[in-house]
Write a protein of this length. Sequence first.
Length: 389
Amino acid sequence: MKDNSIQAKEANQKLPLQGAGGRPPRIIISGGGTGGHIFPAIAIANALKAIDPATEILFVGALGRMEMEKVPAAGYKIIGLDIRGIQRDSIWKNVMFPVKLLGSVRKALQIIKDFKPDAAVGVGGYASGPLLYAASMKKIPYLIQEQNSYAGITNKWLGKSAQKICVAFDNMEQFFPVGKIIKTGNPIRKDSVNIAGKHMQALELYKLSTFKKTILITGGSLGARTLNNSIMAGLDKLIAADVQIIWQTGKYYYKTIIEKLGEDHHPDIKIREFLTRMDLAYAAADIIISRAGAGTIAELCVVKKPVILVPSPNVAEDHQTKNALALVQEDAAVFVADRDAEAKLVDRALELLNDKHLQKKLSTNIGKMAMPNADEVIAKELLQIITNN
């Protein structure tokens, strides 16, 4: 497995000035479904544009998913496929899956015929599979950006025909051909992790005291029920400990929590539906409590704050647990199981706040895992693929 710094140097040696027929390179980026897929996809697109502004980029997503809104907001065109994943809670919900899959592959083939891409990228999510399969049928070279420490079935299958597979964790040889793997890390939102010199600005934004310790709780844009329930259960302990909380509840849970607690439950408890300035939330925190999505972990490694990870059990192949354990085995994070969180999370957080030695060890070790330039490395590798084909 190649290190990303070596790969970046190699990729810089020969980047394409043009695609087929002398025109600018054309690239399809496929996937989405969650912010963890969409933000890295947009980061790769931005990196491609930074290298060559003439590069033509088309996104392919799933109809009804958040990429259909987020991608155009970032300035890129997107086409939607009528596809969704296997529903594990009901056999009957999957009756139409084969029909939708076949229809999506056909539409992907038409997209490729019309757009004539020089290469494709799959970042995960429902649309990635049909598009990359169609690309393989049309002999279009493609790259897979595998974000998690445990690859899903679709990516393992598609990896056999991929030119390169960009990964964020070690030991991915168990899923992919070793000669195709490059450890690049996961692309991040660089504005979200730019926290240097912003601590006082962050405290002012949230009206926090410089004399109290601060915990950031974030469960993503939609929210995490377990994290919210755990904080609710331990709220009195947190208040009694005289600590400050930035509590991002997520879209699904904010209204219910506000109805229970009120807008101003306590001056040290800052309840927010969504954090528009993630950089300032990170900058304010002494410790962070989070889910263990791959994109979030990539940001946390760059932020270098002590973190407690509570992986979601409601994801394919339980990949968040595997992501979290990849950090735990490097003494880079504290692990609390979802099933134990309501009883143990707040106590564990307060213990960590009072353990300076452990905080320093976690900060140092998680920082060693940071790979902040993944978007640029992946973009250059993709352009190298075009050159080689």
